[in-house]
Design a protein around this ligand. Structure first.
Ligand code: GLU
Length: 288
């Protein structure tokens, strides 16, 4: 039997005890709404997840084919709720500029890849979350004393990534800077080291990962000058899956799994974050 909730979602009519089980890693297809993406994924025992492969602390593919990072752990929490273990997860590299296409083409079921929730992107994909809020910042060579903030970028060469909020924000904020765009942030690291570019700009937590790996060669400057709420991207019209993931995130934030995921990954370098406020938004009807 299915019930429609006040938010318009269909849920299986299950006991409170079974409901609690569904959010503690024991999901079986029978506990998930009939016909939902969640039921289909749980039934298949497989999920394809888009992550970054080159961002230490959040998403980095290991030489052994096993990825690590906070995004990866958040994805594992969601998979676990579907009863899907590591063997059932297909990790797919999701560069910033490819994330919407990966979702709309169905190549991945979700994207967990330092993916800022924005109104523009909400027209192409759905977002659960946020599960973390980062902020855009700058990374320079430690030896470079000239750049202390985004006000110092005139005539500087600034490196960022196609399809990122970081690139569009810096275009607006520093129109007189030279902008060099690659597919991945790791492509900016050698040019920064050799002096071909003066600055790398993206979210502070991504830069912190590269700075930590560079052992003093680089530093993050200028503070956080935007808010970048990280969401889990899903197919645009799949409101049931999106809101179910919100429920999973909420439970994980309450019972310690979210914090444990942080402490095991980005928490090695970064301070403990505040628990973010989930944004269970209503999607504008198509055509509006
Ligand atoms: N969070 C920003 C974005 O989604 C920058 C980081 C990234 O490109 O992954 O565009």
């Amino acid at each position: 039997m299915a019930l429609r909730t006040s938010t318009g979602r269909f849920v299986a009519a299950i006991s409170a005890a079974a409901g609690a089980m569904a959010l503690s890693g024991c999901a079986t297809p029978g506990e998930l709404p009939d016909g939902s993406t969640m039921a289909a994924l749980a039934e298949a025992g497989e999920i394809a997840v888009g992550i970054k492969y080159d961002q230490p602390l959040f998403g980095e593919m290991g030489a052994d084919g096993v990825p690590a990072g906070f995004d990866v752990e958040v994805a594992r929490i969601v998979a676990d709720e579907l009863g899907i273990d590591e063997d059932g997860i297909t990790w797919v590299e999701a560069p910033s500029g490819d994330r919407e296409d990966l979702l709309s083409s169905g190549r991945v079921d979700m994207v967990v890849a330092t993916y800022t929730i924005s109104d523009e992107r909400k027209e192409r994909v759905g977002f659960a979350g946020p599960y973390y809020v980062a902020g855009q910042s700058l990374m320079t060579r430690t030896s470079d004393a000239e750049i202390a903030s985004a006000l110092d970028l005139d005539d500087k060469q600034v490196c960022s990534v196609e399809g990122s909020t970081a690139a569009s924000t810096i275009k607006r904020m520093a129109p007189d800077a030279g902008l060099v765009l690659f597919d991945d942030y790791s492509d900016c690291i050698d040019p920064l080291r050799t002096g071909q570019v003066d600055v790398v700009t993206t979210d502070d937590v991504i830069l912190a990962g590269y700075a930590a790996d560079a052992q003093g060669q680089f530093r993050v400057v200028g503070g956080a000058f935007t808010a970048e709420p990280y969401g889990i991207g899903v197919a645009l019209e799949d409101d049931d899956f999106r809101l179910w993931i919100d429920d999973v995130l909420e439970a994980a934030m309450e019972d310690g799994r979210w914090l444990a995921a942080w402490n095991d990954t980005a928490g090695a370098v970064l301070p403990e974050p505040q628990v973010p406020h989930l944004d269970r938004y209503a999607r504008a009807a198509s055509g509006e």
